[in-house]
Ligand binder design. Structure first.
Ligand SMILES: [Fe+2]
Ligand SMILES: [Fe+2]
Length: 160
């Protein structure tokens, strides 16, 4: 059984995962409007992954006889100054999420809940990948410059 404190922390994280899903869906629409179909489809896949994180946390809370709660998800931005600005926002957001997940692990550790720590470490590791993939796109965009961005768009469009 989950402690109330940890249950609350995980529910808050579920809400954040859903907010992230909406943020990336909003970016997907932003890129579609600008004609970057590859970036748009990459962001949509990313949005689905964030929902998968939320589902996985919900399933875990239920499995531990806790109560998962869906709270209202706040508004997300819908415009960015440029494609690079949008991806830099992804990177910044993922670094923020990494800090939040670290804090949920701290709660699990304080509660001496080993199973939850183990479960949450999976997300800690996943954040390393998410930060790295956003950083990789930023690096490529800077190298490619304005004219090379369509190569990156074509590449990102291949993500399933
Ligand atoms: Fe996530
Ligand atoms: Fe993420």
């Amino acid at each position: 059984m989950l402690s109330k404190k940890l249950q609350e922390a995980i529910n808050e994280q579920i809400n954040m995962e859903m907010w992230s899903a909406n943020l990336y869906l909003s970016m997907s629409l932003f890129f579609a409007k600008k004609g970057f179909s590859g970036f748009s489809s990459w962001m949509k896949v990313q949005s689905k992954e964030e929902m998968e994180h939320a589902y996985s946390m919900m399933d875990y809370v239920i499995k531990r006889e806790g109560e998962a709660i869906i709270k209202s998800v706040g508004d997300v931005p819908n415009a960015w100054a440029s494609p690079l600005d949008a991806i830099e926002s992804v990177y910044k957001h993922e670094r923020h999420v990494s800090e939040l997940i670290d804090k949920v692990v701290d709660v699990a550790a304080a509660e001496k809940d080993k199973a939850s720590q183990d479960f949450l470490w999976g997300f800690v590791r996943e954040q390393v990948e998410e930060e790295a993939s956003a950083k990789d796109i930023i690096d490529k965009m800077k190298l490619a410059g304005d004219n090379g961005i369509f190569y990156i768009d074509a590449h990102l469009g291949q993500r399933k």
